[in-house]
Ligand binder design. Structure first.
Ligand code: UGA
Length: 435
């Protein structure tokens, strides 16, 4: 099939690349000329494992093109996918400015019966609104399909190629079947719904996962107070198929460009009909509390952080990405700086992005060694593989005080227990103190 994708962010680019990988002819469009130029050279503007390889492969095979020209991209396209950002507006709602702009820009190039797919995360009712907006300009009917995305940053390619399910919501059966056919080579279960249900499935899923994280984080706080181990508790819970083991990793809270924004947007949707979605409010409140957990623990341990050297290992909101949006490291850095700590952070890929958000309130090191040397404590913020595999005796030897606050429970307790002198404070588990 010939497919056009508008928007080359995480979702648009991963979708375009994966659709070309399964044999379609894909043209990705973006208004950002610099991005398109980069992509035309086979360079990915985002850090995403495996993406650049598939990008070059499919470009060389002649199945993947990039352009700033909508007329070139849309000409002859059987399916047009919109994957532009829907960031958070000041009132918590999803800001649909980019989407509306995209729809207006597309309208002149559409034909009677064009199939327009919205992949961006949009509140219930948006597909209907966009259909009206486009049709007010075209004077002929087009078909909308809601096809929400469930890929995660850092594993975007495998999440797309090996998705759990594909949701296709449309009021037009033929359009839905066409989109279903586009995904056929993936051999993934497809659920056909109304557009509104498809839109709701996306928010309900993300908010549920965020709630699951906040739930286990609150259980972690209980475990810590009563001497239980949250990892054993999560394992015991997760083996119950009704609960499931995924997204029960306790830590310093969820971040990123999706969960924080989507939970707030769903809350906003609920408020529009006067519904107080308490569960979502608590999910957010618990997450806010978790983000400063390591600072609270350090204050409890040291009393005063003034002048102490704290090494923050990891800055990105999760491993395998350079994305700093809503990263817990931002709040941590702010709190540490307010308390007068001398903070030095290391991240293998997110440092440049972090500098733009956190600024000069903390220092940045270009290696783990430089960050930890002479540190009074280490804060583990992102569970990068290099952090997980760290040589513990070597690290503790280089620190001024052998104190670790692990916000991701990612160090091996077995290894910790072999250390001569250490204070290890995980989340929701008993501390290990060897003096
Ligand atoms: C999330 C969803 O998982 C995707 O299904 C969805 O498509 C995407 O949002 C989106 O709406 O675009 P993503 O934000 O990339 O994906 O990352 P996740 O792997 O879900 O992690 C989100 C946050 O939750 C991270 O900060 C992570 O550290 C945290 N997390 C995750 C936990 O604290 N505990 C867990 O058990 C799992």
């Amino acid at each position: 099939m010939k497919i056009a994708v508008l928007g080359t962010g995480y979702v648009g680019l991963s979708t375009g690349v994966c659709l070309s990988e399964i044999g379609h002819h894909v043209t990705c469009m973006d208004i950002n000329e610099q991005k398109i130029q980069q992509l035309n050279q086979g360079i990915s503007p985002i850090y995403e494992p495996g993406l650049e390889e598939l990008l070059s492969l499919n470009m060389n095979a002649g199945r993947l093109n990039f352009t700033t020209s909508l007329s070139t991209g849309i000409a002859g396209a059987e399916i047009i996918i919109i994957a532009v950002g829907t960031p958070q507006a000041d009132n918590g709602a999803a800001d649909l400015t980019y989407l509306e702009q995209a729809a207006e820009d597309l309208a002149p190039y559409l034909v009677q019966g064009s199939i327009v797919v919205i992949k961006s995360t949009v509140p219930v009712g948006t597909n209907d609104r966009i259909k009206k907006l486009i049709e007010s300009q075209t004077n002929f009917e087009i078909h909308m399909v809601s096809n929400p995305e469930f890929l995660r940053q850092g594993s975007a390619i495998s999440d797309t190629l090996k998705a759990d399910r594909i949701i296709i919501g449309s009021e037009n059966k033929d359009a839905a079947e066409k989109v279903k056919a586009m995904y056929l080579p993936l051999n993934v279960p497809v659920i056909l719904t109304s557009t509104k249900s498809a839109e709701m499935i996306k928010y309900a899923s993300n908010a549920f996962l965020a709630m699951k994280i906040s739930y286990i984080n609150e259980i972690a706080n209980l475990c810590e107070a009563f001497g239980a181990d949250v990892e054993d508790v999560a394992k015991g819970m997760g083996m119950d198929k009704r609960i499931g083991e995924a997204f029960l990793k306790a830590g310093i809270g969820y971040g990123g460009s999706c969960f924080p924004k989507d939970v707030k947007a769903l809350l906003h949707t609920a408020s529009q009909i006067g519904l107080n979605f308490w569960l979502l409010k608590e999910t957010i409140a618990i997450n806010e509390f978790q983000r400063e957990l390591l600072v609270k623990k350090a204050v409890k341990r040291f009393g005063d952080l003034q002048g102490l050297k704290i090494a923050m290992l990891g800055l990105a909101f999760k491993p395998e990405t350079d994305d700093m949006r809503e990263a817990p490291s931002i709040k941590l850095a702010e709190a540490l700086s307010k308390l007068g700590a001398d903070t030095i952070a290391y991240d293998p890929v997110a440092t440049e992005n972090a500098k733009k958000v956190i600024g000069e309130t903390i220092k940045y090191a270009n290696s783990i060694d430089k960050a930890i040397s002479d540190a009074d404590a280490v804060f583990i913020v992102t569970e990068w593989e290099t952090v997980k595999q760290i040589n513990l005796p070597d690290m503790l030897h280089k620190m001024k005080q052998p104190i670790i606050f692990d916000g991701r429970n990612c160090l091996s307790e077995e290894n910790i227990k072999t250390c001569k002198k250490v204070e290890y404070y995980p989340v929701g588990k008993p501390a290990i103190i060897i003096v």
